[in-house]
Design a protein around this ligand. Structure first.
Ligand SMILES: Cc1cc2nc3c(=O)[nH]c(=O)nc-3n(C[C@H](O)[C@H](O)[C@H](O)COP(=O)(O)OP(=O)(O)OC[C@H]3O[C@@H](n4cnc5c(N)ncnc54)[C@H](O)[C@@H]3O)c2cc1C
Length: 489
């Protein structure tokens, strides 16, 4: 009856929430998942040996906010609580986040006290940025780039040295293109409605605190994360344990998981059903489809019948990231105790940043680090036909130049993750609204899940799956007479 496209975290989480809401059992119906490759988990991939863990995609999860707490609820429910490795506020990886500017590494201010002091590379104490916000007039806008917004409200140095590298770290993007609503929706609304961020903050202090948290029942694990104020956490044995456990959960609950099964076209028919055309030529009939594939893939799948929808979907840009994992043998760490460093785009470096994995991830027997490269600047830095050998050479040059590591790595892994991170550029949220409105207006039995729409991180895709499943529950009841059928070509 329901088909999930894509076995990345969003597709797996959609299956989990369909099961949790008893949609299949209540209606005696079957759920199918189609994954194009031979493994589930999408970009989440771990290489684990006795000496090191290489994460090829994501490595840490934030526990904060409704979406973060929701993920912890899911993790406990899946029986993974014992595998969680939290980074608490007193851990060096929580305290020391670095940026590389003017040939030196600088610790970004992380405590209240530090905003009153001058911290290199900033020319004044950060408190001065707040004065800027008080005196600067507001700009009346529907959306803006996060760089413009921060430069206007807090000054150019904050935009260049704090926000731009942060955007590189979160989505490998250019802060001059990314929408302010991506990270600072509330701050932008304060400017729009009250003339400035501080003015908005003052007003909001009179209102009650975010009520969303209170509406979410909290598992013991989520409560612990709140009580201990975890900064981020990771999963022992590698992050891949998470999608692997979800995969097993879906299997145990009778979801038909079809690996190596690429969906090539989606055809909507008048009766409210949908046909999925597989690469093998098979046609699958379902009454609802959850699309957990990237927007550019979905654009191709719906193009024949819905070219306008396809155009909107293909307008969501993605960037390519090069990943170089490095392992150096030896008891003495080659790294300072820190999470890692980011490089602001004005430094014009081929790398986005380096994560000090042996400081943040458990069970590392030596020095482990990951160099992230390219992103929004991938083509500019590495050309149309990049080689893994070139990426490795650049990574080694950069860690020699910046970290003075001259040793030969005992092991390494290079990966080019093509079009892996969506860019929520100015106008993104309005575009997603248009896409969903089109789907509703045309009565298409399809829900959009995954990182292309409602947030690019792990927490976002899980929470988006939950929301989409819960929104569609009434439709399932309405259409339960339609069963999944498989037609031979
Ligand atoms: C390098 C990198 C680092 C990251 N770091 C972090 C981090 O530290 N913390 C964090 O919270 N988030 C991080 N993220 C983001 C996080 O990885 C994503 O939010 C999440 O993995 C997205 O899951 P998804 O299911 O939306 O997409 P995907 O992982 O892209 O899954 C989509 C799936 O669909 C399948 N598919 C594609 N086309 C078809 C088709 N035609 N038919 C069938 N199947 C198809 C694909 O094979 C894939 O398995 C990072 C991402 C990257 C790339």
């Amino acid at each position: 009856m329901a088909a999930i496209l894509g076995g990345g975290l969003s597709g797996l989480a959609t299956g989990y929430y369909l099961i949790k809401n008893n949609v299949m059992n209540n209606n005696n119906l079957k759920l199918y998942l189609f994954e194009a490759t031979s493994s589930c988990g999408g970009w989440i991939k771990t290489i684990k040996t006795k000496d090191y863990t290489f994460e090829q995609g994501p490595r840490t999860i934030r526990p904060k906010g409704v979406t973060g707490l929701n993920t912890l609820n899911m993790i406990q429910d899946l029986g993974l609580s014992q595998h969680i490795s939290p980074i608490r506020p007193d851990h060096p990886a929580a305290k020391n986040r670095l940026i590389y500017v003017n040939d030196a590494l600088h610790v970004l201010p992380s405590s209240f006290k530090s905003v009153f002091k001058k911290n290199e590379p900033f020319s004044k104490p950060l408190i001065f940025a707040l004065f800027n916000d008080i005196i600067k007039p507001q700009a009346q806008l529907k959306d803006d780039s996060i760089y413009n917004f921060v430069e206007r409200r807090f000054g150019k140095e904050i935009a260049d040295y704090a926000i731009s590298p942060m955007i590189c770290g979160i989505c490998a993007g250019d802060a001059k293109e990314i929408s302010v609503k991506f990270l600072m929706k509330t701050l932008f609304e304060w400017e729009q409605n009250h003339g400035g961020v501080l003015k908005g903050l003052m007003r909001s202090m009179f209102k009650s605190k975010n009520k969303e948290n209170l509406q979410l029942p909290l598992s013991d694990l989520a409560k612990k994360a709140q009580e201990e104020n975890w900064n981020v956490y990771t999963i022992k044995g590698g992050l891949e344990t998470f999608p692997n456990t979800l995969f097993s959960y879906l299997k145990e609950n009778d979801v038909s998981i079809n690996m190596d099964t690429r969906v090539e076209e989606i055809k909507f028919i008048d009766t409210g059903a949908v046909f999925l055309k597989l690469k093998t030529g098979q046609l699958i009939k379902a009454n609802h489809v959850y699309a957990g594939v990237p927007a550019y893939t979905l654009a191709r799948l719906v193009y024949k019948q819905h070219p306008y929808l396809s155009t909107l979907l293909s307008e969501i840009p993605f960037v390519t990231v090069g990943i170089v994992n490095l392992y150096f043998r030896g008891d003495k760490s080659l790294l300072a105790p820190a999470f890692g460093f980011l490089v602001p785009p004005i430094e014009n470096s081929p790398i986005l940043g380096v994560v000090f994995d042996s400081c943040c991830l458990p069970d590392q027997n030596g020095t482990v680090l990951t160099v992230m490269m390219g992103g929004r600047w991938f083509q500019q830095k590495f050309g149309d036909d990049p080689s893994e050998a070139n990426l490795l050479q650049v990574a080694l040059q950069e860690i020699d130049r910046i970290l003075h590591i001259k040793d030969e790595p005992a092991s390494y892994n290079v990966n080019i993750l093509e079009e892996c991170i969506p860019q929520y550029v100015v106008g993104h949220y309005e575009r997603v609204e248009k896409i969903r409105k089109y789907i509703t207006d045309e009565n298409l039995p399809m829900s959009l899940v995954g990182c292309s729409y409602d947030g690019v991180g792990i927490n976002d895709v899980i929470y988006s799956a939950k929301t989409q499943v819960e929104e569609d529950l009434p439709d399932f009841k309405k259409n339960m007479d339609l069963n999944m059928t498989v037609d031979k070509p």
